[in-house]
Design a protein around this ligand. Structure first.
Ligand code: CU
Ligand code: CU
Length: 288
């Protein structure tokens, strides 16, 4: 049965409750922190000599599609009515959005230590202690809009521009690829400070706190953000039916990215699925 992923703003109060309850139950069982750990393990930047599968690489999109599916499968084992909603940050683009309400994601971090003190994931509520992170915090943190160095969420016009890209990805297949859907959507751009962060990266930066870096999965909004990133890829695929994942073949010996990026039919760790196998989600879920 094909299920649907909905815009989080359209969820009923009961649907919000079910989603939150399933996430908390996954956390209680210790399974949630395994997702956090997987993401930290695969947080590899370019520049090094290692294979990059999750970030700064063509497989950024299929890797996260599979990651979300695994998470959603775990939630649905707890409650079969739950799916991962998406956060359209071009529309719900302020701290006043219902996304951040007391019965859903909770709000911003407090000024003194960025600790989130409202909603189901507040430390004091007792059900959301951070186990794995790249920093020493045990509580969820957020810093909406980075007041010290203000940043805004991506606009609909900026996202439309990304959707006009015609190729999936292009050489040099990393954070410096000058065009292609993948790097434009992942959001690495030349420059420094906030300028370097566009679209997907900019959203991580706008939420701030734990949403920065490899431990970003500690913030449940990670899933709603990546659900929308996946939706954008899906829309782009519909508009460009002939434009498959690139590179199609493994890069040759002598290429700077030889053995550092995954080609269309190569397996992606830790699951072993290929980008080609992840390209069509239509038999599993749809976006509404
Ligand atoms: Cu990631
Ligand atoms: Cu991300």
């Amino acid at each position: 049965m094909v299920y649907t992923r909905k815009n989080q703003r359209d969820l009923t109060a009961a649907e919000r409750r079910s989603f939150v309850a399933a996430v908390l139950e996954l956390k209680r069982r210790g399974e949630y922190d395994e997702f956090v750990r997987t993401h930290i393990d695969f947080y590899t930047a370019d520049g090094g000599g290692r294979l990059r599968v999750a970030h700064m690489a063509p497989s950024f999109l299929p890797w996260h599609r599979k990651f979300l599916l695994e998470f959603e499968r775990a939630l649905r084992r707890i409650d079969a009515t739950v799916t991962v909603p998406y956060w359209d940050w071009t529309r719900d683009n302020t701290p006043a959005a219902s996304l951040w309400s007391e019965d859903f994601m909770g709000g911003n971090g407090r000024r003194s230590d960025l600790q989130v003190t409202t909603g189901p994931f507040a430390y004091a509520a007792g059900r959301w202690t951070v186990k794995y992170a790249m920093t020493e915090v045990s509580y969820l943190t957020r810093d909406f809009g980075r007041p010290r160095d203000p940043i805004t969420l991506p606009t609909a016009a900026q996202l439309d521009e990304v959707l006009r890209e015609r190729a999936y990805d292009t050489a040099p297949w990393n954070s410096t690829s000058p065009s292609g859907l993948r790097n434009r959507l992942e959001g690495w751009a030349p420059g420094s400070g906030n300028d370097r962060f566009r679209i997907h990266n900019r959203v991580h930066r706008w939420v701030g706190g734990l949403m920065l870096g490899g431990g970003s999965v500690n913030d449940p909004v990670f899933w709603l953000h990546h659900s929308f990133v996946d939706l954008v890829w899906s829309r782009w695929q519909q508009r460009n039916p002939g434009a498959a994942y690139l590179p199609a073949e493994p890069l040759p010996l002598g290429d700077a990215q030889y053995r550092k990026v995954v080609a269309r039919h190569e397996p992606m760790a830790p699951w072993g699925v290929t980008p080609a196998e992840m390209s069509d989600h239509g038999q599993i879920y749809r976006y509404v």
